[in-house]
Every structure is written in structure tokens, then in C-alpha cells.
Design a protein around this ligand. Sequence first.
Ligand code: FPP
Length: 253
Amino acid sequence: MESIKQEGYKDLIDYNSLPEHIAVIMDGNGRWAKKQGKPRVFGHKNGVKAVREATEACAEIGVKYLTLYAFSTENWSRPSFEVTALMELLVLTIGREVKTLQKNNIRLNAIGNLNSLPAKTRAELLKAIELTKNNTRMTLTLALSYGAREEIFEAFLKMAQDLQNEKISLQDLKPESVKNYLQTHQIPDPELLIRTSGECRVSNFLLWQIAYTEFIFTDKLWPEIEKEDIYSFIYQYQQRERRFGKTSEQINS
Ligand code: FPP
């Protein structure tokens, strides 16, 4: 579908059925840099431009939540100079962009094991989260040192503690109760998940939350992503019929 129409997706979008929450697995920074004969970190630096494009595109059209997988629990096992460079890039980017977030009424949020981040990265992040906490146009969530299995495991531990302390009873627990214990408890589940770079897997991202999410896998590498791509993904999403286990006839009646 991407090759049929290159321009103008913004005008094709149905603004009455926008996804409320879009989640993105930003992948391909390293391969993009390699294609230019540059070190991997060059790819991450250019990935920041794509973060800006995606954030602006979503905010401009009225998407309420954008969640970006910026660093997974597994990413800690990358070469230490790359991890350090990524953490420094985060500090620099957050520091540089916080004014723009503020000006555009965008709230910054983070999920993941933030305690495992270097002190400087965590401090810069928490400062920006605090500064933007009352913004209402869109919530931009960064998944940092994030792993969905860890998140679900933590949720079960908290639930077990609440049972033990008799804050809740076993009879009260329902499948929907799990959401209250997840780090994303204040965020609706994403209707759309985008992954760049041609990889078709979920890589431990939002496993509980994506039960009914529509997936779009694109061959584009993350630093190549522009606003128009985001509009095209939203348009593609809107061409799908979300049946939630029902039949097409039931949905359309
Ligand atoms: C995946 O590409 C990308 C990452 C692990 C890091 C994403 C970080 C950024 C876009 C920069 C900073 C982000 C914010 C939110 C300010 P890869 O390195 O796995 O690429 P490869 O698969 O081609 O090796």
C-alpha cells in the first residue's frame, strides 16, 4: 500500500476514527547508519529526527497517546559504548526538546525500569516529566529499560501483595484487574502498533496491552520515517475491519 500512494495521506484520514493510542517499535537505526558507511550511533542521532516527525504528526492530527520503544531490557547487552551513547543522546534530546513539548502542550511519560538508568538520564527524564505533567494535548510515553514480561511479572507481584495485605480479595479479581497493576494503567491499549525495518516481531513490547492491536510492519528504517509515513500507517489502519472475535456481519449491523 505504501508504494501505491506517496503523498496526501493526511487528507485521506478519517478524523472521526483516529487511533487514540499508537505504539512504535523504532528499529533499523544501526542498519541505516551502516548503509551510509557511518557508526551505529549516527543512526540513533538521526533516529531522533524521526521521533520528532512521529510526535509532531500524531499531535497535529489529534492522536492522544504515542508510545515509543526507545530502549529494551535486552538492549543493556549491547556494546557498552553504544549503551552510553544512547543514554547521553537521551539526556541531550530530552533537555533540548522539553521546551517544544511544553509549547505544544505535550506530556512526557516513561515506562520501564527507570531505576536502572544512569543517574543523569533518570534525572533529566524525571525533570521533563514533572515539568510537562499538566499538558493535555498528547501523552508521549518513552519505554526505557522496558520489558513486557518484567512489567507483567511486577504486576503479579503487586497483586499478590495486595491479596496478602487484604487490600483486594480473590473473588474481586478479573482479567480486567491486571491492567490496574501495569505501568500503563492510565493509558488505553494501543489500537495500532508500528514496527520499522522489516522485522516482524514484538520483542517483549506491551505484551498484555496489544491483545487486539493492529500491527503494521514497514520495511522503512526508523531514521527514514517522516510525517507522511505516519499518516499512511494511520490510513492503512483505518482500512482494516477490527472484529474483536465477532463476524463481519455483526460488526456492520
Ligand atoms: C533500534 O535500532 C533503535 C534503538 C534501540 C534506539 C532508539 C533510540 C532513538 C531513536 C534515539 C533516541 C530516542 C528518543 C526517544 C529521544 P537498532 O539499533 O536496533 O537498529 P538495527 O536493528 O539496524 O541494528
